[in-house]
Design a binder for this molecule. Structure first.
Ligand code: ADP
Ligand code: ADP
Ligand code: ZN
Length: 224
């Protein structure tokens, strides 16, 4: 690998397909930070920044936050020191314009390394999202049935309270899926044509998905 090459993994898949769960597992194993645009927006919202307040109405509706602010936020995040070896991008890009912007950002680092595509059906997505619980403090992700915390509603990692995201309500989930198929779906073709796409069966238990992901990454020279 050339000296200026870094590893940029783009997780592609519908909301609730398990991208965040896997990114949190793999960031430790790979030594690459998880860059999750949804988490960054929620962090801004919690701190009532201008960006957070702007993003809120789009997130509440399940629509995409405008490209201009999203792209600027990612550019700033990727310029930080901890991204020196690369990053796991979770939730970005989400449309073609963002994908092209990412290619431009990474042009001098060898571009995107690999794009695992999380394959799950809609029923699984709905079941996963409706039981999702998130830690208010550290953002750790649980599921009331599939991945429960040791103590009801308490984060295993930091002891804080868990909550259900506003946009995980059934009315919003429907629009988020629609937005995924309409706006993010074209990225499957975009990355396939670049020879970067790796399909991963994400309907399996968490550990098996991790193993399948690791196998997909290894095909592209990314090893844990
Ligand atoms: P999920 O993990 O369920 O897919 P995220 O936490 O990634 O959801 O995203 C939550 C919301 O944040 C999205 O519905 C959208 O409003 C906003 N968002 C996240 N990433 C992006 C992005 N790349 N572009 C525009 N909006 C985004
Ligand atoms: P995404 O980041 O793609 O929106 P998450 O990682 O937040 O997805 O996962 C959505 C929900 O599904 C969470 O409640 C999580 O605990 C649960 N989950 C994640 N992976 C699996 C899996 N392989 N099997 C069962 N449940 C899962
Ligand atoms: Zn926590």
């Amino acid at each position: 690998m050339a000296a200026n090459e870094r590893t940029f993994i783009v997780f592609l898949g519908p909301p609730g397909s398990g991208k965040g769960t896997q990114a949190r597992i793999l960031e430790k194993k790979l030594g690459l930070p998880q860059v999750a645009t949804g988490d960054l927006f929620r962090y801004n919202l919690k701190n009532e920044t201008e960006l957070g307040l702007l993003a809120k109405r789009y997130m509440d509706a399940g629509d995409l936050v405008p490209d201009e602010v999203t792209i600027r936020m990612v550019e700033e995040r990727l310029s930080r020191e901890d991204c020196a070896p690369g990053a796991i991008l979770d939730g970005f890009p989400r449309n073609l314009h963002q994908a092209v912007a990412l290619d431009e950002m990474l042009a001098s680092y060898g571009g995107v390394t690999v794009v695992p595509l999380f394959i799950v059906d809609d029923d699984t997505v709905v079941a996963r999202i409706s039981g999702r619980r998130v830690c208010r403090n550290c953002g750790a992700v649980y599921h009331v049935e599939f991945n429960p915390p040791r103590q009801d509603n308490i984060c295993d990692a930091c002891g804080s309270e868990l909550y259900q995201r506003d946009d995980d309500r059934p009315e919003t989930v429907k629009n988020r899926l629609y937005v995924y198929y309409k706006q993010t779906g074209p990225l499957i073709g975009y990355y396939f044509a670049k020879g970067l796409l790796e399909e991963v069966d994400a309907m399996q238990p968490v550990d098996d998905v991790t193993a399948a992901l690791e196998a997909a990454l290894a095909k592209r020279g990314v090893t844990v």
